[in-house]
Design a protein around this ligand. Sequence first.
Ligand code: SAM
Length: 237
Amino acid sequence: MHVTILTLFPNVFPGSLGVSLIGKALEEGVFTLDIVDLKKFSIKGGRVDGPPCGGGCGMLLSPEVLEAALASLPSPISSGERKFIYPSPRGELLSQKIAYNLSKLQDIVILCGRYEGIDARILEKYSFVEMSVGDYVLMGGEVAAMALIEASVRLIPGVVGAPDSLREDSFVVSSAPLLEYPQYTHPVQWNEYSVPPVLLSGHHEAIHQWRLAEARTITRTQRPDLWNQYVARALGE
Ligand code: SAM
């Protein structure tokens, strides 16, 4: 997967994408990261932005700057489609399913907005898909871009050592997922807390049943929306 990120703050990267297993994947070329500094494409006295037409607060990234940056990108590395993503609170909410679909792509361009956002004509010209990481507003698209890439790259086969750990994750790609059950490590007794005895029993079916029951309880109490989907699926609706 080849990822290009257009940003006013290139120093933010690779950030969390450069550590641990995802950092190893970057080092080994499972995915590549090209960071494009939008400031290099500034116009008239170093400007990258302008006030909104029609009035209003803040500034918008200029279409001329963004166009020049996009035009500077090398041609797509493969005949496959290049996907243009604009992280935005207006976009479809990032989900495990979307991350899974992104993990199959070979060429992704992410444009990080700042200030009040960007000129809308760029979205239209390049058919950007807007994607949100939650119903709140960040200062810029950089953290959202990292979340998008991290969630997708970890689903590329081989990035996370044990495939089972992906299958057991919360939100595994399914039409009605459950959240993950609680997990414990050693020591078995820690202060006044102990590991649930069933997990030490060596009885695989009992452990599976316990984990399923816990996952159901957690989903029901913490995410009633997911629980309702799960119940509907169980009832064959
Ligand atoms: N005026 C914009 C609005 O109300 O939708 C918010 C602009 S925000 C301060 C600046 C940039 O942060 C956006 O252009 C976008 O790229 C990014 N951003 C903010 N919140 C986000 C979110 N929830 N998901 C993805 N990107 C976000």
